[in-house]
Design a protein around this ligand. Sequence first.
Ligand SMILES: Nc1nc2c(c(=O)[nH]1)N[C@H]1C(S)=C(S)[C@@H](COP(=O)(O)O)O[C@H]1N2
Ligand SMILES: [Mo]
Length: 538
Amino acid sequence: MKEADVQRHDTSPAEGAGWARTALAALGGLIAGFCALAVATLVSALVRPEAGPVTAVGGAVIDRSPPALKDFAVRHFGTGDKLVLQLGIVALLAVFAMAIGVLALHHRRTGSAAVLVFGAVGAAAAVGRPEGSPPDALPSVVGAAVGAGVLFLLAGRLATAPPAPRTADGAQGAFDRRGFVITATVATAASAGAGLLGRRLTSSVQAGATASRHDLVLPVPDSAAPAIPAGADLRIRGLSPFITPNKDFYRVDTALVVPRLDAGAWRLRIHGEGVARPVTVGLHDLLRRETIERDITLACVSNEVGGPYVGNARWIGVRLADLLREAGVRPPSAGGPADQIVARSVDGMTIGTPVEAVMDGRDAMLTFGMNGEPLPFAHGFPVRMVVPGLYGYVSACKWVEDIELTTFDAYDAYWVRRSWAQQAPVKTESRIDTPRASASPQPGTVPVAGVAWAQHRGISRVEVRVDGGPWHPARLAAEDSRDTWRQWVWEWPATPGRHTLEVRATDGTGATQTGKRTGTLPDGATGWHSVVVDVSVR
Ligand SMILES: Nc1nc2c(c(=O)[nH]1)N[C@H]1C(S)=C(S)[C@@H](COP(=O)(O)O)O[C@H]1N2
Ligand SMILES: [Mo]
């Protein structure tokens, strides 16, 4: 403090130079921040890309977001929610960096110390993530140390008068403008180099993962999925295709950086209560096992009525129940002590699934193939879980590396700790895909079409009504399996005017979807999807 104080008194800037120094100080703060982040990028490439400060803080924000906010973000930004979050963090950091730069102008040491405080925040966020460990602090700590040093140097250039001779503009203000420019340039260039090197390192590591995905040849399944019935896809304009292409498949997860795992290095451990013979398997062990191929519709509990977070794919993998039985696991109904399977991903996600559901004969899978190709990285490469009939957050762990048998009493998984239900079977839902809300079809016959799903129970009826009138049975597309969604269409004799269309489905047990509107928390939204359209002669 003492030195800074002396400097403050030393520099009595000439009038007019004040604003320029302040602006340069703010710039200095930005440069210091840039250097900190760039160096952190290099260090995180060596430690773990996800341990970088922006990613770590973003992850910590996600971990702590109340469910309503998470829902809001998913709803409004979709998969872009993460980009918005990261841009927000960087923008906020930029503002702080400028403020700290100005602070450092007068309080050099305090300003530099403030940079270290931000480093500590980043370090704490990284270590505190579900998958965090002490080395994850390094990127933030080293980055902040460099940033603090750069700021200290730059503030020094702004504070001290250069030794004579003065430069041409030296008369304007009593600070070392030239020194500032040189220091700023060198620091920026060196840090940019470090950052680029970090990116290079990360992408060369990821190149291995990409190659391992490219090289993965999916087996011909021992038990192929039954051919999709010809009438399963009604091929109506505006209606979701029966099979959702991978590129269009919704994505919901907490990963700011998609984990890119090397298939050859991947291992899955199965252990815990009642596991007589714990096992560790690699991908090649799975490929050598009996493989199955199944069409299964996946849905997110955060999907609002009428929402997009549902998709149908053809999965290839192995039956999880086979592996569990080999490990000596018995379901609770056969006296097994564990009633919950906790799947853990490489990014620290935990997903709790009832053992009974996995072992009751349904096609609960560890999958490595999606629609004829290896799982895309964003969907869990190399291996994820899929369990028909349960929402994704209680069944579909991506990038899975550990399966522990335990009880629901003993352990709450990630989303359960954030007020979502421990157990969540998919609710019967239906959605109108066409016509879209506020469409204006011509009067006459208008196909009203969509999808309905009640995984593992199947769909037995779909009905549509107009303006609260009588329910009309829709024509159902052929059923592929009760684990998949089902398309439907109703030919509407549309008359001019504004009309409200509503849809409801009945599942294979005969239970009709409730019209009572509830939100997504804690175990999935209910209510009938409705769209308002304007039928008009054009
Ligand atoms: N590792 C991991 N697995 C995860 C999640 C996650 O955040 N991390 N999200 C789950 C949720 S909430 C859903 S709905 C599904 C979505 O799978 P998808 O992104 O492949 O559509 O993945 C599940 N598996
Ligand atoms: Mo989800």
